[in-house]
Ligand binder design. Structure first.
Ligand SMILES: O=c1ccn([C@@H]2O[C@H](COP(=O)(O)OP(=O)(O)O[C@H]3O[C@H](CO)[C@@H](O)[C@H](O)[C@H]3O)[C@@H](O)[C@H]2O)c(=O)[nH]1
Ligand SMILES: O=P(O)(O)OC[C@H]1O[C@](O)(CO)[C@@H](O)[C@@H]1O
Length: 684
């Protein structure tokens, strides 16, 4: 396979990238170089090219070199566009046509054409779409950061701001045109992308990045780096609150200085270390970096923080691990106060280096902190919250130790090799023209947790069995969201479902012909939208004392989720009835309470799919294990309860028609299907 990546902004080269040298030399380059390094190891990959923009000027001669070889299989190709000099990403939209032309010409000059293109950031997607128009090469898209999210986070900047308008338009095109969108976190896939008109969760796959974590695990202090910080400080031995980010408005470093400046206890307890790119003369900085730095200097002056805040002017690319080590050996904390952090590679780096985190609750840090348990999330607009969280970690050694230990999990959870393996599997399927499975003659829909998955050997047997079931369409029905379901299915190497009924039946997705992406069932969306007053239901339930909303990722357009016991479920029911609002309430595991449109349930969703496939009731099998499957099992004639059932399912009054398997988990599903197939109706 031959893959071309397009990444146009910033100062991209194979080695020694000076992150923060310009406002656009940031995490997308780190991500791409690490991705490419991991992909290079795959023997199934023949060639990888990173196409970037060629420019001349004072930033260095490297960026005017048309081809840079990174390894025998990997090279960076620089394409000339209509302007010769460096351009900020906000100005690149004017170069799209010439860059697309240059890339098309370059591809046409190659002995073999790329199988797939991967566009990084909005402007690259605009180029990729033009290349696809001309050469028919499909493209994948990774945003790295989204214009609508930035506009929302920065408030003052609206989508009408001209450059953001171009960027958002390019992102909409990417969503409408890309064969696959790769997101780094569930937050990105389910919250950030949801702001777009062309949003369809089924197009997006969450593949968390890794980081060169070994490099950060091995982080040791370096005398030269220590000296570059200590020269600012009166008591350099104190714990350090470390921030490492490009000095741009979105990173919100000013809130951290304010948090520190307004809290004398924090000043007494720790120093503040701001590593914000690399600068010579402030005036020569681009992309708002000079203004951001001036604001920081102004705050340092206003709060008279001299001797307590360090803001080194430069650091070398190889110094970054030592910067984290500086804070670690002093018992410090890594702080990321960004207004929004789409993912946040620095959080992985800091964790690997042994630092606890205080991070923004907006964006990827939600996922990272939930996965690793490595720090506290804070409202980035509340400096007092930031200060409080830092003090808690500094003052509670047990908490600190727990977060440091949690951070060590980052190395296992975020791994580029695993990313590359999953990524290549998706690209291979995209590029292969697999025969379409043909019209289904039967349909099997399984619950996921503790039915399809939960026993590795059972799932192995199921995979084999499934591969021999010609004419059987296989799907899942789950309370999980699409991406949460996809994450567990991929993690367990489940067979790829042809249909996914998610969020307790309120959403349905069908596998596209490319065998990789899914498309939302818009007819089903119309069905569940009927009589659903989400805002009204939410407003009325906000007045029920004790009913606590679950996290933002669990709230969907057609599902509101809460924590609450059975009594609260009854109160919620009565409150909705009194307000004349139609909704169904599903209470499960004694504490989860899902409020759904009246037409949505796993059972009605299965029936919708059955009708879509033109199948009769006798062609449908459903399988489940627990209380939240009752409604689906009750509604279907051929219902399978796996042996490891809970919630007294086997003796449930409404489920007398079900087959209770002797085998548990996925083996129980196989047994149940065989049972129903042997019944006289099937034998005929
Ligand atoms: O002065 C600095 C500032 C940053 N870095 C490095 O630059 C990278 C920055 O990455 P990240 O923290 O992820 O931020 P961004 O530069 O803003 O990267 C964008 O792209 C990343 C990859 O998709 C996402 O993780 C981010 O959320 C997104 O904003 C990290 O490796 C840092 O170590 C430096 O070396 N020196
Ligand atoms: O802050 P913005 O405008 O969303 O831009 C983020 C982009 O800038 C960078 O952070 C720096 O190059 C990229 O990694 C990312 O693609």
């Amino acid at each position: 396979m031959f893959v071309v990546h397009i990444a146009l902004q910033g100062c991209l080269r194979g080695e020694d990238v000076a992150y923060g040298l310009t406002a656009d030399t940031g995490g997308h380059i780190r991500y791409l170089l690490d991705l490419v390094r991991a992909c290079d190891q795959d023997t199934g990959i023949d060639r990888i090219v990173v196409a970037t923009r060629l420019f001349n000027g004072p930033l260095g001669a490297d960026y005017a070199v048309p081809e840079e070889r990174v390894s025998p299989k990997v090279s960076i190709v620089r394409l000339a566009s209509s302007s010769p000099g460096y351009l900020a990403k906000e100005d690149l939209h004017g170069e799209v046509a010439s860059l697309a032309q240059a890339l098309i010409a370059w591809i046409e000059g190659q002995p073999v054409r790329p199988d797939v293109i991967h566009a990084h950031y909005a402007d690259a997607a605009a180029v990729a779409a033009r290349v696809e128009d001309r050469l028919g090469i499909p493209f994948a898209f990774t945003a790295h950061s989204l214009g609508r999210v930035k506009a929302k986070a920065l408030g003052s900047l609206t989508p009408e701001t001209p450059s953001l308008g171009h960027r958002i338009a390019a992102e909409e095109t990417a969503l409408a045109r890309a064969a696959l969108v790769i997101a780094s976190s569930r937050d990105e896939a389910e919250v950030q992308y949801a702001l777009y008109k062309s949003y369809d969760p089924g197009l997006i796959r969450v593949l968390p990045p890794g980081s060169d974590l070994a490099r950060f695990q091995a982080a040791r202090p370096c005398r030269r780096v220590d000296a570059s910080i200590d020269r600012f400080l009166r008591e350099p031995g104190k714990p350090a609150l470390l921030a490492l980010a490009r000095p741009v408005a979105r990173k919100n470093l000013a809130a951290l200085v304010t948090a520190y400046g307004e809290n004398p206890a924090l000043q007494a307890r720790a120093n503040l270390v701001l590593v914000a790119g690399t600068r010579g003369d402030l005036d020569s900085l681009d992309g708002g970096m000079a203004e951001t730095l001036r604001e920081l200097l102004d705050l340092i002056d206003r709060y008279d923080l001299y001797g307590r805040v360090a803001y080194p002017k430069t650091h070398r690319p190889e110094d970054v691990p030592a910067l984290y080590a500086y804070a670690r050996v002093r018992g410090g904390v890594f702080v990321n106060p960004a207004l929004n952090e789409p993912f946040g590679l620095t959080l992985l780096e800091a964790s690997a280096a042994g630092l606890p985190l205080v991070a923004t609750d907006s964006g990827g840090p939600n996922d990272i902190v939930e996965t690793c348990g490595n720090g506290l999330l804070v409202d980035p607009r509340a400096p007092a919250d930031i200060a409080r969280a830092c003090l808690r970690i500094l003052d509670e050694p047990e908490l600190r130790a727990r977060f440091v230990a949690g951070g060590a999990r980052a190395a296992a959870a975020y791994d580029w090799d695993r990313h590359a393996a999953r990524y290549h599997a998706l690209l291979r399927t995209l590029c292969a023209s697999e025969p379409h499975p043909g019209e289904p003659r039967q349909l099997l829909i399984c619950d996921i947790d503790n039915t399809l998955v939960g026993c590795d050997a059972g799932l192995r047997a199921f995979r084999l069995w499934r591969s021999e079931q010609e004419g059987l369409a296989f799907g899942v029905a789950t309370g999980r969201s699409f991406h949460s379901a996809m994450a567990i299915l991929e993690q367990q190497a489940s067979p790829r479902p042809q249909v996914m009924i998610t969020s307790v039946g309120s959403e349905i997705y069908h596998l596209d012909a490319n065998g990789v992406s899914y498309g939302a069932d818009t007819a089903w969306r119309a069905v569940v939208s009927r009589d659903w007053d989400r805002a009204g239901v939410k407003a009325v339930l906000s007045g029920v004392p004790g009913l606590t909303p679950q996290g933002p990722l669990e709230q969907r357009t057609h599902k509101l989720s809460y924590f609450g016991d059975a009594a609260l479920a009854q109160t919620a029911r009565a409150t909705l009835d009194a307000a004349g609002l139609a909704a169904s309430i599903i209470h499960s595991h004694g504490r989860y309470l899902d409020v759904l449109p009246p037409a949505a349930s796993k059972g009605t969703a299965v029936d919708h799919v059955r009708a879509l496939y033109g199948l009769s009731e006798g062609d449908v099998f459903v399988a489940g294990d627990s209380g939240n499957d009752v409604e689906m099992l009750r509604a279907r004639r051929q219902a399978i309860i796996v042996a490891n059932f809970s919630d007294d399912l086997a003796s449930h009054a409404a489920l007398g028609h079900s087959y209770v398997a002797r085998a548990s988990h996925a083996r129980g599903i196989i047994e149940g299907v065989a049972h129903f197939r042997m019944l006289p109706a099937h034998a005929e």
